[in-house]
Design a protein around this ligand. Structure first.
Ligand code: B12
Length: 428
C-alpha cells in the first residue's frame, strides 16, 4: 500500500502520475476531509474563510483517470455527509460512508475474491445509473483496530508544518446540540479506547514522529469525565514526556482538581468549547449546560496556568444582538491566554443536524442542495449590526473571527440574499 498526501504536493500532476505509474494500484481510496474549508477566499467580504474545495478533489480524480484504470473508492469526513452527491459530481461508482477500519478491508477482500460490494456496511454503489447504499456500522471494539500505519505517511513532513498527530480516544457523543451531527454519525453511546490502548497509540506516534505532542481529536474530551481522568493518570504513570492538547473541552466539571490533573499529565493546550454564554442561546442550541458552569470552567482554567482558549459560535436560530452581548460580557471578565475563536454563521452540512430539519419544517429551506454550501444566520442580526460586530471583535486582543460564507448575505458583495419564510435567511 502507498499513500499520496495532497497537502505536500508541489507538482500535483507530476508527482501523482509518477506514483501511480510506479505502483500501478488496483484500487485507489480517496479520503475527502473537507468540502468547504479553511482557506481565505479573497473574493469574500470581512475575511470570510469559505472556499469550495470540491474542484480540488475533482482535479485529483481526473489525474488518476488519465493514468490509471484502478477502481476509485471515496471516503472520509467530507464524504460522509454527501455520499451520492460526491459520486455524481465526480462520476464515480463507489464510496464508503462512516468508519473505514472494517468496511474498507472488507471492500478490498470482496473486490479481489468476488462478492456483493453493495452489502458492505456504509457502501454506496452506482450500478446501471442507480445508486444503492447500506447503512454504516460503527466499529464496536476500538481497542481491536490496528494502530494507524504512520510509517506510510512520513510524519516528519507534518511536524515541519506544525501539524500535531491526532489521537481519537473514543467515538460517540451523548448530546443533541442542534447544529452538530456528531451524535447521529457516531452514535449516542460512547465507544471508549482503553487507557492502555491510548498509551500504545501515543508510544507508536513517538516512534514515528519527531513531534512530542498529540491532540485528542474527539468531541468533548472530558466526557465521560472518568475516561478523561483515566487517560491523564495513565499519562502521568507512563512518564513518556509527551504533551497533549484538546480542541474540545466541554464546560462541565472543569474543576480546579480536574485542571490540576490535566496540567500534571502534560496538557499544553485546551480549547473550552463554550459556543455561547447566553442562557437563552445555550437552551436554544441544546448545549446541556448553564452560564454558571461556563463561568466555573473559565475560573478554574484561568487559575490553572494551562494555556487555554475558548470558542464561540454566533448566529444560530434565536441569536440577537443582546444574546451576543451577553456572551461577550461573560468572556470579557476572564483573561483567556490563547484567545477566543468566534465563528459567525452556522454551516448547514447535512440533514443529520437538527437545525436543518427545523429550517426545512419552517419552509426556510426546501430541497436545497446542501452540497453547494448553505449557511444559516439569525435574521435578527442585520447587516449594519454585523459590520459593527466584526469591527468590535477584531479590536479585541486575542479574538479571531471566522465568518462563514457571507456571499449573498444581506447584499454583501452585491448579491441579493435568499430570504426564507418567517424571516429566516439562508445564504447559498
Ligand atoms: C480533528 C478535527 C479537526 C482538527 C484537526 C487536528 C489534527 N491534528 O488533525 C482541527 C481542529 C485543526 C480541525 C480544523 C478544521 N476542521 Co475539522 N474536524 C476534525 C474531526 C473532529 C476529526 C477528523 C480526523 O482527524 N479524523 C481522524 C480519522 C481517523 O477519522 P475520520 O476522518 O473520521 O476517518 C474515518 C472515516 O471517515 C473513514 N475514512 C477516512 N478516509 C477514508 C478514505 C476511504 C477511501 C474510506 C473508504 C474511508 C475513509 O475511515 C476513517 C476511520 O474510521 C472532524 C469531525 C469528525 N469526527 O470526523 C472535523 C471535520 C473534518 N472538520 C471540519 C471543518 C469544517 C474544519 C475546519 C474548516 C473548521 C473551520 N475552521 O471552519 C478546519 C479546517 C482545517 C483544515 N485545514 O483541514 C468538518 C468538515 C465538514 C465538511 N463536510 O467539509 C468536520 C467533518 C467537522 C464538522 N463540522 O462536521 N478539524
Amino acid at each position: 500500500m502507498r499513500v499520496f498526501e495532497r497537502l505536500f504536493a508541489e507538482d500535483l500532476k507530476g508527482e501523482l502520475c509518477a506514483l501511480l505509474q510506479d505502483f500501478e494500484p488496483d484500487v485507489i481510496g480517496v479520503s475527502i476531509r473537507l468540502v468547504f474549508g479553511d482557506e481565505l477566499d479573497p473574493q469574500a467580504a470581512f475575511g470570510t474563510r469559505h472556499t469550495d474545495l470540491r474542484p480540488r478533489v475533482r482535479e485529483i480524480v481526473e489525474i488518476i483517470r488519465q493514468v490509471s484504470k484502478a477502481v476509485i473508492v471515496l471516503g472520509g469526513p467530507g464524504f460522509n455527509y454527501y455520499a451520492v452527491d460526491w459520486l455524481r459530481y465526480l462520476d464515480l461508482d463507489y464510496g464508503i460512508r462512516g468508519e473505514g477500519e472494517e468496511s474498507f478491508p472488507l471492500f478490498l477482500r470482496r473486490f479481489e475474491q468476488g462478492g456483493d460490494l453493495g452489502t458492505i456496511p456504509g457502501c454506496v454503489v452506482r450500478k446501471d445509473g442507480h445508486f444503492s447504499s447500506t447503512p454504516p456500522r460503527p466499529v464496536e471494539a476500538l481497542d481491536g483496530t490496528p494502530l494507524p500505519a504512520y510509517e506510510l505517511f512520513g510524519m516528519e513532513r507534518y511536524a515541519a508544518r506544525g501539524i500535531t498527530p491526532a489521537v481519537f480516544a473514543k467515538r460517540g457523543c451523548a448530546f443533541d446540540c442542534t447544529y452538530c451531527p456528531y451524535s447521529k454519525i457516531e452514535g449516542k453511546r460512547y465507544r471508549l479506547k482503553s487507557p492502555e490502548r491510548i498509551m500504545a497509540e501515543i508510544r507508536h506516534i513517538q516512534r514515528q514522529s519527531p513531534n512530542q505532542r498529540v491532540m485528542f481529536c474527539e468531541n468533548n474530551f472530558n466526557v465521560p469525565k472518568s475516561h478523561a481522568e483515566a487517560i491523564c493518570r495513565a499519562l502521568i504513570a507512563e512518564g513518556m514526556g509527551i504533551r497533549w492538547g484538546t480542541g474540545d473541552l466541554r464546560p462541565v466539571g472543569v474543576t480546579p482538581e480536574f485542571c490540576q490533573l490535566m496540567s500534571d499529565s502534560g496538557c499544553f493546550y485546551a480549547n473550552l468549547a463554550i459556543e455561547s454564554a447566553s442562557a437563552g442561546m445555550l437552551k436554544r442550541m441544546k448545549r446541556g449546560y448553564t452560564v454558571g458552569q461556563v463561568r466555573e470552567s473559565l475560573e478554574a482554567l484561568s487559575r490553572s496556568g494551562i494555556p487555554f482558549g475558548a470558542s464561540l459560535m454566533f448566529g444560530a436560530p434565536g441569536e440577537t444582538p443582546e444574546t451576543i452581548a451577553e456572551s461577550l460580557r461573560v468572556l470579557g471578565e476572564y483573561a483567556i491566554p490563547n484567545g477566543v475563536w468566534v465563528t459567525i454563521g452556522i454551516y448547514l452540512w447535512t440533514d443529520l443536524q437538527d437545525i436543518v430539519g427545523e429550517l426545512r419544517g419552517q419552509g426556510a429551506i426546501g430541497d436545497q442542495d446542501l452540497f453547494s454550501g448553505q449557511v444559516y444566520l439569525s435574521p435578527a442580526l442585520s447587516r449594519s449590526y454585523l459590520e459593527d460586530l466584526l469591527i468590535e471583535l477584531k479590536a479585541k486582543p486575542g479574538y479571531q473571527v471566522q465568518v462563514n460564507k457571507p456571499a449573498g448575505l444581506f447584499g454583501w458583495e452585491g448579491t441579493p440574499a435568499t430570504k426564507g419564510k418567517e424571516g429566516t435567511h439562508v445564504c447559498a
